[in-house]
Every structure is written in C-alpha cells, then in structure tokens.
Design a protein around this ligand. Structure first.
Ligand code: FUB
Length: 322
C-alpha cells in the first residue's frame, strides 16, 4: 500500500475533507484554514475560517484542481463567524452544500447553499436550517433519501442541547452517564429543511451498552462520517480530546451502531477529521494533519491514504504518525 500523500501545495491550509464522486470525478469539500491571529482555546476560536473552496481530481494520484472560493462568509445573510466543516449532496442535478457557522449571537447552526454544479459557486439560503444546531454536517445519500448526521462537543456546542432543545447549563454528562450522541436527521424533499426531529445515533459497546461520557478513547466528539460497505453502515468519527478516528457499524441506518475500533491513530495537531470514499474501485481515507504548519493546530493540510478492509469487515488501523 502507498504511503499517505498531501493533496494541496505547501502554504495552503485546508482541513475536514468531505469526499464524493460526482459524474466520475472526485470532489473534496474542505474547510479553508487561515491565520487570523486568534489565540488557541477550548472553544476553537482560533479556527476562524471565512470561506470554502472545492477541489477536484480525475485520478487519485493526479493533479488537484482548486476551483477557488465557492462560498464566502460575507455572502451569508445570517453569518456571525467561523465557517467550520461542510459537506455536499447531489439531488436531481442540483448540489447542496451543508455547512457549520455561528450566527450573530455566536451560536452554531447548519446552513445550506445551492449550486447547479459540484464546483459551485453556491448560493446560501437566507437563514440557517430550522431546528439545526452544533456543527459538522455529514450528508448521506441512502438510495435517494438524503440524511444529515451532525454534532460536535466543546466549541461545537453539542453539550448545550438535550432532546434538540437548548439547555440552561451546557455541560457534558457525568463520566458514568451515556455519552452525548451525534444526531441523524432525514432531509425534506427540497433538501433545504429537516423532515423530522433529529434523532440520537447511538453507539454501543460490545456488551450492548451505550458508550459512557467518560470513555474518552471511544465516545463521539465530532467529525461524523457515514458510508456503506458490503451492505453495512459504517459510522466514523473523532474522539476529540483523545484524537482517535474510530468507527462503529450497524445493519440499519438509524442504528444503534456497535463500536468496532480505530481507523487512524492521533496525527500531528489537535483535531482529526476525515471522510471515506470509494473511487475507481478502491477505498480511501481523506483526512488532515498539522505537520506541514509545524504543529499549528488551526493550520491543517489535507491527506489521502488507501483504506483496507479485512475479510470480517473490520478496517485496518492506520498510523497517524508513521
Ligand atoms: O475545522 C473546524 C473544526 O475542527 C471542525 O468542524 C471539527 O470537526 C474540527 O476538525
């Protein structure tokens, strides 16, 4: 297997790559990291991104085309600050970019912007998606029915909600209590709204118990991704403060999912975020690290490496710092 490779030239910083194949081409929808001078803190204020680009590749080893800015903070009517992770879905020839953004009250919501082509430009809706909160939308197409999976702790504000309602005191549950879950929601026919109330995507341990909030090596933190392999649903995510990319599997879309293991051990940098995509008959992990920026966690670089499934459907662990 080939070693991982960086996808964007030195000095350009991008992260959180969401990979999709549209019309035979591979498209990446990353966050666009910048140096804005904000001091690093647990709220993630230093991730102060202001626009999105889209990248495309005709072959996995070939050149990467940067299609330039596809959506700018200044063009989003409800924008406060911080364009975090995004993802894209295609339905009936239109493309929908789902993104994480703080409103003018510094509260994260999910937004959507529409284009006639995968490389944009995307036109944002006037308001965030009604009922949306937190960050990191992953768009999943289940045979023509479209879903978002989302959520992220700490700076991603998921701890401020219970049962889809904002709570007075936004704390994580105690260590012995079930961990907060990522959310899954079906999208409306027009792709612009939630068609239902978001549900918990529950992750169980091998004994069938929900992972506990204190299980920092395995519990969900942020960076949701969902894909299907051999008829099973694979939900993968970051454990945040322990810096693993993990996965859990289920026979059904809404779960519950069962924890299966680590896909990627910690990389250089605090965050770890990814997507998994099949392209021309091979499976790949797209992710980022902060090695090229000398460990500056808010200046990340995109990488790709081939993913290996074992005969029992498990994923071979990749070393983040080989
Ligand atoms: O890029 C900003 C945030 O960092 C993302 O939304 C998180 O998943 C983490 O990668």
């Amino acid at each position: 297997m080939k070693p991982s490779r960086y996808l964007v030239r030195a000095g350009t910083y991008m992260a959180d790559p969401a990979a999709h194949v549209f019309d035979g081409k591979l498209y990446l929808y990353p966050s666009h990291d910048i140096e804005s001078g904000i001091t690093e803190n647990d709220h993630g204020d230093h991730f102060d991104m202001r626009d999105y680009h889209v990248l495309s590749l005709d072959s996995i080893d070939g050149p990467v085309t940067d299609h330039g800015v596809i959506l700018d903070l200044k063009d989003i009517p409800w924008a406060g600050r911080q364009l975090w992770d995004s993802d894209c879905a295609c339905k009936n020839g239109k493309y929908y970019l789902y993104f994480s953004l703080k409103d003018k009250n510094d509260v994260f919501h999910l937004g959507v912007a529409v284009s006639d082509q995968p490389e944009g430009p995307f036109i944002p809706q006037a308001n965030p998606i009604k009922g949306s909160y937190s960050i990191d939308p992953c768009a999943f197409d289940d045979n023509g029915a479209h879903y978002l999976i989302f959520g992220g702790l700490w700076g991603g504000q998921l701890q401020r909600y219970r049962n889809n309602k904002a709570i007075e005191c936004g704390k994580e549950p105690a260590d012995h209590e079930p961990a907060l879950c990522p959310k899954i929601v079906c999208l409306s026919d027009n792709m612009l709204e939630f068609a239902e109330a978001p549900r918990d995507l529950v992750i169980l341990d091998q004994n069938g118990e929900p992972l506990k909030a204190g299980d920092h090596d395995r519990r969900f933190f942020e960076a949701s991704w969902l894909h299907q392999y051999n008829g099973k649903y694979y939900f993968s995510y970051s454990t945040g403060d322990t810096h693993f990319l993990c996965y859990a599997t289920s026979d059904t879309l809404y779960g519950p999912f069962t924890y299966r293991g680590v896909i990627l051990t910690p990389v250089v940098g605090w965050t770890t975020h990814h997507s998994i995509c099949e392209f021309k008959g091979k499976w790949y992990l797209f992710h980022h690290d902060s090695k090229p920026s000398g460990g500056r966690t808010w200046l990340r670089s995109l990488k790709v490496i081939e993913l290996e499934y074992l005969p029992d459907g498990s994923i071979k662990t990749i070393q983040g710092q080989p």
